[in-house]
Ligand binder design. Sequence first.
Ligand code: FAD
Length: 485
Amino acid sequence: MTPDPVSSLAALEARLAQDLEYLGWPGRQWMPAQQRGADGEAVLDVVVIGGGQAGLAAWVGLAQQGIRAVVFDRAPAGNEGPWATTARMETLRSPKELTGPAMGLPALTFRAWFEARFGLEAWTAMDKIPRLQWMDYLVWYRRVMSVDVRNETAVTGIHPLPDATAVRLDLRTPEGPRSVLARRVVLATGRDGLGGPAIPAFVNTLPRGKWAHSSDEMDYGQLRGLSVGVVGAGSSAMDSAGTALEAGAHSVELLIRRPDLPRVNKGKGAGVPGLTQGHYDLPDELKWRIRHYINVANVPPPHGSTLRVSGHSNAFFNFGCPILSAAPEGDAMRVSTPKGDFVFDFLIVSTGFKVDWAHRPEFDGIASHVRTWKDRFVPAPGDEDQELADSPDLGPVFEFQQRVPGACPGLERIHCFCYPAALSHGTVSGDIPAISEGAKRLASGIASLFYREDFDYHYANLEAYSEPELFGDEWVPAPPPSERG
Ligand SMILES: Cc1cc2nc3c(=O)[nH]c(=O)nc-3n(C[C@H](O)[C@H](O)[C@H](O)COP(=O)(O)OP(=O)(O)OC[C@H]3O[C@@H](n4cnc5c(N)ncnc54)[C@H](O)[C@@H]3O)c2cc1C
């Protein structure tokens, strides 16, 4: 029987509120309020950039530690992350049972929310989580946890103060430009969090209106009746191909460099608690080895996404087809591969993301100072990996480190809690499976750093602390035994 969604959701929210009260939520605030300058400008404790699942979980983790944070997201409310905008899969890849950003709270899980809305029967019947339902869940999560997200607020500049005590952030808001100071900044900026789409050079010869990256916002209705090429065979390639076919494309040719599709998702196989907790402490060689192995093995597109494409008779899987060249030909384009030439009206490159600081002008003030793995580690011949080499070399609290010590004081106040943290910390900073583990590590680490920084303040508080637990009237000193009657 389908539950009454309104009363069931209300009951779930009451249960969650009680759980939070039992757990003493939110944590008691213990941080000193800080101001700077003659006009007493307030310094925020933490600013989180990005209100996707990582930013929400980070905010909740910090609140559990009694630390005030503000989240800024450039997207309108409900459009954070890829789910409702650029993602095109029908369902998530992740198993529905994963507890994701629930931070150890059963009543905050996707399952609790789903069952309250649609019932146990629907839960049992569901295979994978529909994409937009994940977004609906995140919207609910934000509301019930009262996460302080300021939408349509883009961070356009990040500048550690020369005295290394705080970071100034330039903002573009609906009310115009402004700036804020924060003691620490968390970059929860997503899968492309330190860059953007990886665009292959061969598209440079093509008119910009004739091609798109799979992560571009685009109306696929414009592909109706067109011959479409899709470069790549990952999950986004399959999603783009499936969406184009459903939009009425005349044909979709998948151009796949490899001779076959990978069958096994090694990243999923790697996800055991020991690695989640222990990746950071592994020696460099082992960190590189495991991430490189997973990169080389490549992640297969999901089963359902592949069937979504192959079910169309006008979809063609072309293997062994790296692009040799591409050139305009009349209103169309000729794309050459070792297997022959293809003529397309439109091309979609589904070639993933990369660290690319130039793509992110908001990082101009820090980019050249961030130490990356290529500054630290030389892989064995044959194990070179550009994605890994470009990854930031992070400290234990996801903090950036300076490439040249002293060249950018205060850089360590910026914590990289997005996908490129994976080589340093493992996959705890973006994907659903271990996002709560990452958020807890981040929040407890920040609490510890704050305490150390503010030691004198807390020590003075300790000295001034005078709340008695005994009042001296609970007992009477006994006379010596010889004087007792
Ligand atoms: C198409 C797609 C499908 C995926 N499917 C799965 C899946 O099934 N399972 C899984 O585990 N993972 C999946 N992932 C990987 C991962 O879970 C998602 O990328 C997820 O969105 C990561 O969450 P996040 O909070 O780190 O980043 P996002 O959800 O991308 O949120 C980042 C936010 O930061 C904001 N932002 C960025 N820069 C600024 C700025 N300068 N100022 C203000 N705001 C800014 C953006 O507006 C955005 O809302 C998928 C990824 C993609 C792209």
